[in-house]
Design a protein around this ligand. Structure first.
Ligand code: PEP
Ligand code: MN
Length: 300
């Protein structure tokens, strides 16, 4: 007989969707991730200057973003590359929240930094390179903040679910999964975007799933189409890099959208986001019907 998903992922029962767990909506400021609203998280790869961050925050907010992204502690491929502004970056993010009302997501790289980052951020980002750092995951979980868990670049779906399970088992239910591309034999793009992974995660887990088309592709020209694929695969939101002048960005400029490109992408996504809303509505009707049938069976 064919192995069920429940059997296949029996090691991580708390993340699985089923009779024991209905869908999780993660509360952040005045909205939720994983509910009816499609949530866009946008901003620069790294926080660089006040002008850069404020201009970006205002602009992405105008086009419907709810969350400002921006790294203050940066994991980099080279030890000589820009490592982030640290506390200065966190303070700029908090100032941007104050001015715009956007929530803030930013990466925490070390367990020692969790209390500091949690003081400034609304969502703690666990980066791809840290997905299997259990002590960091436990410390982040215990902060009580929502966790944006990025899939490791060589992590399987089962590995990602194990890390999510660890956070849940520390008593923090507010986990958002993020597909950001994985390493494969294909090296033309920075990573290979696993759209099927998004579809599967939405099918088997109760956790919100968001797509990061920026790191998945590494090329700004591909970002809008990957974003659309993410929505079509069932993602609850996007994490996307936007910069006032991508060619001058201190990190990841080649995959960052400028303001016009971001506006155009969001405009083109509108009909797809509307379709997602309809699909959710249908799922809810099915669930209600199922619950009605179960009740009828139970009653006799
Ligand atoms: C980022 O979001 O800027 C980042 C470093 O992402 P990842 O951990 O997915 O590489
Ligand atoms: Mn980046």
């Amino acid at each position: 007989m064919r192995e069920s998903w429940q059997e296949r992922f029996a090691e991580t029962p708390d993340v699985l969707l089923g009779e024991r767990h209905c869908r999780t909506s993660v509360p952040v400021l005045d909205f939720t991730v994983g509910g009816d609203e499609f949530i866009t998280m946008a901003g620069p790869c790294s926080v660089e200057t006040e002008i850069q961050l404020m201009a970006t925050a205002h602009r992405v907010r105008r086009r419907g973003a709810r969350v400002l992204r921006g790294g203050a502690f940066k994991p980099r491929s080279s030890p000589y590359a820009f490592q982030g502004l640290g506390l200065g970056g966190l303070k700029l993010l908090a100032a941007a929240r104050e001015e715009t009302g956007l929530a803030v997501v930013t990466e925490v790289m070390s367990e020692d930094d969790v209390p500091l980052v949690a003081e400034y951020a609304d969502i703690l980002q666990i980066g791809s390179r840290s997905m299997e750092n259990d002590t960091l995951l436990e410390a982040a979980a215990r902060s009580g903040k929502p966790i944006l868990l990025k899939r490791g670049m060589v992590a399987t779906i089962a590995d990602l679910l194990r890390s999510a399970q660890l956070i849940l088992s520390e008593g923090n239910p507010n986990v958002i999964l993020c597909e950001r591309g994985i390493r494969t034999f294909e090296t033309t793009m920075r990573n290979t975007f696993d759209a099927a992974g998004i579809a599967l995660l939405k099918q088997i887990t109760h956790l919100p799933v968001i797509a990061d088309p920026s790191h998945a592709s590494g090329h700004r020209d591909l970002v809008p189409v990957l974003a659309r694929i993410g929505v079509a695969a069932g993602a609850d939101g996007l994490l996307v890099e936007v910069h006032p002048n991508p060619d001058e960005a201190w990190s990841d400029g080649e995959q960052s959208l400028d303001f016009e490109e971001f506006d155009a992408m969001m405009g083109a996504l509108d009909p797809w986001i509307a379709l997602r809303g309809r699909a959710l509505h249908e799922e809810e009707l099915e669930q209600r019907e199922l619950a009605g049938l179960r009740l009828a069976e139970a009653v006799g």
